[in-house]
Design a protein. Structure first.
Lengths: 312, 291, 295
C-alpha cells in the first residue's frame, strides 16, 4: 500500500533556494546598514575634523567648536570606571566560581546579576544621582565633607555631585554585570584538572586562584574587560541624569572637577537644528568610533597573542 | 515484516557496470526496487575500482566489492582503514565534507552514486543511515519517526499514525513507547534511542540501511537487542554495518569484508572468513593479534 | 589570610546585590513621594497606570497617565523588533549554516563593530539619514521626529544582539542532528527549518527577549529621533515620547527637584524597571531551561 502524495522535489528545491536567498538578503542588508552608517557619518563629519577641532573647547559657533573637554572627560571617566569595575567584577566572578557553594543563595545572586545586565542604563543614572550625587540626602551639598586639598588630584568631597568621580562610578555600576559575566566565563574555561593539579601539590585555595586559575583566565578576562569598557565609553544616558549636558571650557584636573563626555557632546550637537552642528557632531562621532576601534583592536590582539600558549 | 511499498518485485538482471554514469533517477518518480527478490540473490551494490580521498590523503584504494540484497554485510578492519568512508559514499554523506572526492564506480541497482549530478535527496531516501551515537531529534517520539516520511510525501493523519506504528513495531520499540508517543525522544534510554533512530530510518522505506558502528555507544543489553533487530530487518532491507567488534560481525552478518589501510583485503561468507581466512592479515585481525 | 580573602571577595560580590536593592529602594521611595505629594490628591498609582493623558508640563493642570509613554515605548520597540528579529535570525542562520569559516569571521567582525557603536550615534543616524533619506521620500507624513525612524535605528542597534545570541544557540545544536536529518533525505532547507532552528528555539527566544529588553530601555536614540510629544498613537509617522525620553527631558530640563513633574520621572523609571526586570528574568529562565534540556 503506497500512501500519501509525493511532494515534488522541484518544490523542495525551490524552498531551499528561497531560504538561501532570504539569508543572503538579510546578511547583505546588515552589511549595507553598517556601510550606510559609516559612509553617511564620514561624509558629514570628515571636513570638520582637524587639529583645531581636537584641541579646542566648545563654542557658540560650530566652526570654532572643539571636543577637548569631552575627549578628556571621556578618558577620565573611563579610567575611573575601569579601575573600579574591573577589580570588583573579577573579585565577584572569583567568589562565585571558586568559593561560593552551589546553594540557592548563589543562584539567586547569579540571577540578580543577569537581571542587572538588562536594567536600562538610565535607571543606573537615577541610582547614581541619589547615591553619589546626593549621598541619599544624608549630607547636604551646601555643607560637604571634604578629604584632601582641592590642589590634589585625589581631592574628594561628599556628596560627589556632578564630578568625574561620580561619572566614573556610575559607569562602573552599568558595566559591572557585563564584566562579572565575562570574567565568570573566562574562569569556567580554565580546565578543572589544572586546579586539581595545583591543589594536589598542597596549594591553598587562594594560591590556586592567584597562581594558576587567574593567570590562565587573564587573556579572556582582559578581552571581556575591554569590551565592557567600550560599552562604558559610549554610554550617555546615565551621565545625562547625574550631570546634565555641560558646555565646559576646562579639562578635569581632580576627582571633583565637572565633566562632559563625547557621547553627551554628540547628543547636544546632534539635537540642534542647524546643519553646521550636525557636521561637527559627525566629526565627534568619527573620533568616538576611532577610539572604539582602538579598544577593539587591542582586545583582538590580546585574544590572539595571549591565547596561543594556552591552547598548545 | 512490513512492506510499505508494494511495487512489483523486479527481477531483471543487474545491468553491467557502464563506464558512463547512468542518469539520476527521475525526480520524485518511482525508483527501481529490487526488494523481495526471492529467487537468486541479487547484488544491491556493486563497486568497481573505487578510490576515495580527503584532500590529498587517499583513504580507499581500488575497492571492488559486491553487496548482496537482503543480506547483512559487515565491514571490519582497524581504525582508519576506510570502512566508514566507504559507508558515507553509499549515501553521499561525504558531500558535507568539502575536501572529500572519489573515483571509480559505485552502483546501486544501476544508479551510479558517484555521479556529481545525482539527486542525493532521493538517494538518501533510498539508502538510510544509522549513526554511531543515537541522534534523535529533540522532538517527540512520534515526530522523530514521522520526520522522514513528511519530507518526501504528504500524508493524512491516520495514514501517518499507521506508518509510525509500523516503523516502531519493525524496530521492536512499539510496545515500550506506545503510551508515550508524544513525549520527548530525549527521555528514552540509549538503546531505545538507537532503535528509534532505526525506526526513523526505515519509516522512509529505504532499500538499503547503512549502520556506522550502531552499538559502540551502548551497553551490552541494548547491544543484544539491536543485534537481534538487525537479524530481523535483513528480510526487508539490505544492511551494511561497520563494526569494530569481531563477535558482533560474526553474530549479525552473512558476509564480511575486511579492510586494511584503505584496501579490501578479503571478502566472503562470514563463517568462512572468520574460521578459514585466506589471507594472513585477516587471520591476524580476526584472531585479535592486531587492530 | 585565606579567610580574610574569602571575606573580601564576598564583600565585593555583595556590591551587585546592594546595587539591586538600592535601585529598588530609591525608585520605590521616590515614587511613593510622587503618589503622596501634597496638593495633588488626583494622583494615585491607579490613575497613573491607567491614565491616557500625559501632560506634566503643559496646560493648567498637569495630568499623569503613563499609558501614552508606555505605548510610545511599545511602538518603538515593536518597530525595532520587526526590523531586528527577522534580519537577525536569518543572518544567524546564514552564519551558522551556510557561511564558510572565512566569511563567518568577517561577518562576525562587522557585527562586533555594530555592537560597539554608541547608541547616540544611531540616534544621529536616524535623524540625519533614516528619516530624511529613507522615510520622507516615501511619505510626506513623516516629520523630523517620528516613531518609525527611531524604531528602525533601535532595530539596527539590537540587531547584533539578536544575531550573535541566536547564532550561538544554533551552533550549539549538535552536528549529529544535522547528519541525521540529511541521511533521511533532507534538503538544506529541511535541515535548517525543521531541525536546527526548532532545536535552538529556546536560545533564539531568549535572544529576542534580551534584545527587546535593550530596546525598551534604549534612551539616546529615542531622545534624539522620536520626538517629545507624549501621545497615544499607533501611527509610526507621528512623534511619540517613550518612558526613557521623558526621563531625559526632565533631567535635562529646569524642573525644580521638589516639583511634581520631577518626581513623576521616578514613577516612570519604576515602571520601566519593573518591565525590563520581568523580561530579563523570563529570558534567563528560558535559557536555563533550555540548557538543562540539552545537556
Amino acid at each position: 500500500m503506497t500512501i500519501g502524495h509525493t511532494i515534488p522535489i522541484a518544490r523542495r528545491l525551490r524552498h531551499d533556494r528561497l531560504m538561501l536567498a532570504a539569508c543572503l538578503a538579510a546578511t547583505t542588508l546588515a552589511i549595507a546598514v553598517l556601510s550606510a552608517l559609516l559612509i553617511s557619518i564620514f561624509v558629514q563629519g570628515f571636513s570638520s575634523l582637524d587639529w583645531h577641532f581636537l584641541s579646542s573647547f566648545a563654542s557658540r559657533k560650530a566652526a570654532n567648536a572643539g571636543i577637548l573637554a569631552p575627549l578628556m572627560g571621556s578618558l577620565w571617566v573611563c579610567t575611573i570606571c575601569g579601575m573600579v569595575a574591573i577589580p570588583v567584577g573579577i573579585a565577584t566572578a572569583i567568589y562565585l566560581e571558586e568559593y561560593a557553594r552551589r546553594s540557592r543563595l548563589r543562584s539567586l545572586i547569579q540571577l540578580n546579576i543577569s537581571n542587572l545586565s538588562g536594567v536600562p542604563s538610565i535607571v543606573y543614572g537615577i541610582l547614581a544621582l541619589a547615591a553619589f550625587g546626593r549621598c541619599f540626602g544624608a549630607i547636604s551639598s551646601d555643607d560637604p565633607w571634604t578629604l584632601g586639598s582641592p590642589d590634589s588630584v585625589f581631592f574628594v568631597q561628599f556628596p560627589f555631585g556632578r564630578s568625574v568621580l561620580a561619572g566614573g562610578l556610575t559607569l562602573a555600576l552599568v558595566i559591572l554585570p557585563i564584566m562579572i559575566i565575562a570574567a565568570q566565563e573566562a574562569l569556567r574555561a580554565v580546565p578543572v584538572s589544572l586546579r586539581q593539579a595545583a591543589l594536589a601539590l598542597g596549594s591553598t585555595k587562594w594560591q590556586v586562584v592567584w597562581k594558576v586559575t587567574l593567570p590562565s583566565a587573564l587573556p579572556t578576562m582582559m578581552t571581556g574587560a575591554i569590551l565592557s569598557m567600550s560599552r562604558a565609553i559610549g554610554e550617555a544616558a546615565p551621565l545625562l541624569v547625574i550631570g546634565g549636558v555641560l558646555l565646559l571650557f576646562s579639562v578635569p584636573d581632580n576627582l571633583m572637577s565637572d565633566f562632559t563626555v563625547l557621547p553627551l557632546q554628540i547628543y547636544n550637537w546632534a539635537g540642534r537644528p542647524q546643519d553646521d552642528f550636525h557636521r561637527i557632531a559627525a566629526a565627534a562621532i568619527i573620533v568616538q568610533l576611532v577610539l572604539l576601534l582602538g579598544f577593539n583592536s587591542v582586545a583582538i590582539v590580546i585574544r590572539q597573542k595571549l591565547q596561543r600558549p594556552l591552547q598548545s | 515484516m512490513i512492506r510499505l511499498d508494494a511495487s512489483a518485485p523486479v527481477t531483471e538482471p543487474f545491468p553491467t557496470p557502464s563506464t558512463a554514469p547512468s542518469p539520476p533517477a527521475p525526480a520524485g518518480g518511482p525508483s527501481p526496487d529490487l526488494r523481495g527478490a526471492e529467487a537468486a540473490p541479487t547484488r544491491a551494490i556493486e563497486m568497481r575500482a573505487l578510490c576515495a580521498w580527503y584532500g590529498s590523503h587517499q583513504v580507499l584504494h581500488t575497492v571492488d566489492l559486491d553487496i548482496t540484497a537482503h543480506r547483512v554485510c559487515a565491514l571490519i578492519g582497524p581504525s582508519g582503514c576506510g570502512k566508514s568512508t566507504l559507508l558515507r559514499w553509499m549515501n553521499r554523506m561525504n558531500d558535507t565534507i568539502a575536501s572529500a572526492r572519489a573515483s571509480g564506480s559505485l552502483n546501486l541497482h544501476g544508479l551510479e552514486l558517484l555521479d556529481p549530478t545525482l539527486d542525493v535527496v532521493d538517494l538518501r531516501r533510498r539508502v538510510g543511515m544509522v549513526f554511531q551515537k543515537p541522534n534523535p531529534f529533540p522532538k517527540s517520539i512520534f515526530e522523530n519517526v514521522a520526520f522522514g516520511p513528511r519530507l518526501h510525501r504528504s500524508y493524512g493523519r491516520t495514514d501517518l499514525e499507521e506508518l509510525v506504528e509500523q516503523s516502531l513495531r519493525a524496530s521492536a520499540l512499539w510496545d515500550e513507547v506506545k503510551d508515550r508517543l508524544h513525549h520527548s525522544a530525549l527521555g528514552l534510554s540509549g538503546g531505545q534511542q538507537q532503535r528509534l533512530c532505526i525506526a526513523r530510518a526505515i519509516a522512509v522505506d529505504p532499500e538499503v540501511l547503512l549502520m556506522d558502528e550502531p552499538c559502540s555507544a551502548l551497553d551490552p543489553r541494548s547491544t543484544a537487542s539491536i543485534e537481534e533487530l538487525i537479524r530481523e530487518l535483513r528480510e526487508t532491507y539490505t544492511i551494511v554495518i561497520v563494526t569494530h567488534n569481531m563477535q558482533q560481525a560474526s553474530r549479525v552478518s552473512d558476509t564480511t569484508a575486511f579492510f586494511d589501510e584503505g584496501r579490501l583485503v578479503e571478502t566472503g561468507a562470514t563463517d568462512i572468513l572468520f574460521t578459514a581466512p585466506r589471507e594472513r592479515r585477516t587471520e591476524d585481525y580476526v584472531s585479535g593479534r592486531f587492530g | 589570610m585565606e579567610g580574610s580573602i574569602e571575606w573580601l571577595l564576598w564583600l565585593l560580590t555583595m556590591v551587585s546585590v546592594v546595587t539591586t536593592v538600592a535601585i529598588i529602594a530609591v525608585l520605590v521611595s521616590e515614587s511613593v513621594q510622587f503618589f503622596t505629594m501634597e496638593g495633588h490628591p488626583e494622583i494615585s498609582p491607579w490613575s497613573f497606570l491607567t491614565g491616557t493623558v500625559w501632560s506634566p508640563l503643559l496646560g493648567a493642570r498637569p495630568e499623569f497617565g503613563v499609558l501614552p509613554l508606555v505605548t510610545g515605548t511599545v511602538l518603538v520597540t515593536a518597530i525595532a523588533g520587526l526590523v531586528a528579529m527577522p534580519i537577525g535570525l536569518l543572518t544567524a542562520v546564514y552564519l551558522s549554516e551556510y557561511a564558510s569559516a572565512k566569511t563567518r569571521t568577517c561577518l562576525k567582525t562587522v557585527l562586533e563593530i555594530l555592537a560597539g557603536v554608541p547608541t547616540v550615534v544611531y540616534g544621529f543616524f536616524a535623524l540625519t539619514f533614516i528619516t530624511p533619506y529613507l522615510l520622507q521620500p516615501l511619505s510626506e507624513s513623516f516629520g523630523t521626529y517620528n516613531a518609525m525612524g527611531a524604531g528602525i535605528a533601535v532595530g539596527i542597534m539590537i540587531l547584533p544582539i539578536v544575531c550573535s545570541l541566536s547564532e550561538d544557540s544554533l551552533r550549539a545544536v549538535p552536528q549529529s542532528l544535522r547528519d541525521g536529518a540529511y541521511a533521511l533525505g533532507s534538503t538544506k532547507f529541511d535541515v535548517t527549518a525543521k531541525v536546527v532552528v526548532p532545536a535552538g528555539l529556546s536560545g533564539v527566544i531568549a535572544a529576542f527577549l534580551l534584545a527587546l529588553t535593550r530596546a525598551i530601555g534604549e534612551t539616546m536614540i529615542v531622545a534624539l529621533a522620536a520626538g517629545g510629544l507624549a501621545q497615544l498613537t499607533a501611527n509610526p509617522s507621528q512623534q511619540v515620547q517613550t518612558m526613557t525620553a521623558y526621563m531625559v527631558q526632565i533631567f535635562l530640563g529646569d524642573a525644580p527637584a521638589n516639583g511634581i513633574e520631577y518626581r513623576s520621572s521616578y514613577a516612570v523609571a519604576m515602571t520601566l524597571f519593573a518591565i525590563t526586570f520581568a523580561m530579563t528574568g523570563t529570558g534567563a529562565i528560558v535559557l536555563k531551561r533550555y540548557r538543562e534540556e540539552y545537556e
